[in-house]
Design a protein around this ligand. Structure first.
Ligand code: ASP
Length: 325
């Protein structure tokens, strides 16, 4: 009993010192569970820059750990030391992975401390530049005429891009050949090169390609049209006939479960400052993203939100009969 008390006091003292000094000039690493150059990576790199100052000016580095629909990177953080120096930036995968990927080696609700939501990002349905269809109506005719021959890329098994493609095929009552990549960056490279026909992916990466006319764009997956100049003329899939089709991607920041509360508080405070950084907001808005300003930046609210997203997506994924493993 006495020994337990002494150990607990010692631990509190150690954590107390750590929390007080955190991050104490030590570098913080943000694990991105997708390939470098993709949407999650884009958001993480912009956020890392915005987090530096509120975290005392030290370095915030990005560690890309792609694979298995974000579950490999997330597992790395779930197993990381509980000291606040290794964080996870993940997207909607935190809510879809439990249903989409079976046998995940962690529990998204129990193995992480939720720091807060970062932003929301719409998706776009895009195609290789040589695809003959010039608008959404022409695309549907092209899909009907090319049944069984269409290659639909995705940013990895279990990714948001995969989910969007699966839901799109279900809504269109058609089947395409899935072509998985390690992330959006390599998928877009092959789309531009014409190795794949179609891709559904986040505006954070598709906007510059659409603007430069390197890909064709047909629709957005949100329930309202977007205001970003390069995207404002794209119809929603809902208005194009796929009623209630809506996929909106959000990103959140997480630490391993058991990270001391004072460290979590410092991280959440720094996140709140970063999300108000005008430079961060400008960069994100230019790519169609909306930076989170509401109560979902609070850890408890974000956790509640993710739980509601798990409840929302689980029946949709099950009804579509899709698994990503
Ligand atoms: N856009 C990817 C996805 O569909 C993730 C990424 O590469 O950031 O989940």
């Amino acid at each position: 009993m006495k020994k337990v008390f002494v150990l607990a006091t010692l631990a509190a003292a150690v954590f107390g010192v750590q929390a007080q000094d955190f991050p104490g000039g030590k570098s913080i690493s943000i694990v991105v569970p997708f390939a470098a150059g993709g949407p999650t990576d884009r958001v993480a790199r912009d956020l890392a820059e915005a987090l530096r100052k509120p975290l005392g000016g030290g370095t915030v580095v990005i560690d890309n750990v792609p694979g298995a629909g974000s579950s490999i990177g997330a597992a790395k953080v779930a197993r990381a030391p509980k000291d606040g120096y290794v964080l996870l930036l993940n997207h909607i995968g935190m809510a879809t992975i439990p249903t989409l990927v079976r046998n995940v080696p962690f529990n998204v609700e129990k193995d992480f401390e939720y720091l807060g939501m970062v932003n929301e990002v719409p998706m776009t349905l895009i195609a290789k530049p040589s695809l003959p269809a010039n608008n959404y109506q022409e695309l549907t005719s092209w899909i009907a005429a090319n049944k069984g021959k269409i290659n639909l890329g995705n940013a990895g098994v279990g990714s948001a891009s995969h989910l969007c493609g699966l839901l799109y095929q279900t809504a269109m009552k058609t089947e395409m050949t899935p072509v998985p990549y390690k992330g959006t960056a390599p998928a877009i490279t092959d789309l531009i090169g014409g190795q794949i026909d179609l891709l559904c992916d986040q505006t954070t990466n598709t906007t510059p390609q659409i603007e430069a006319k390197k890909v064709k764009a047909y629709a957005v997956t949100t329930n309202k049209r977007l205001t970003t100049p390069a995207l404002k003329d794209l119809p929603t899939l809902d208005e194009s006939g796929l009623k209630n089709f809506q996929v909106s991607i959000w990103h959140g920041l997480y630490a391993p479960a058991g990270t001391p509360a004072p460290v979590l508080k410092k991280l959440n405070d720094a996140l709140k400052v970063a999300l108000k950084d005008p430079d961060f907001i400008k960069k994100q808005e230019g790519l169609g993203a909306v930076v989170t300003t509401d109560s979902r930046v609070e850890p408890a609210e974000h956790k509640k939100f993710v739980a509601s997203e798990i409840a929302k997506w689980s029946p949709i994924i099950k009804a579509a009969g899709v698994y990503a493993d």
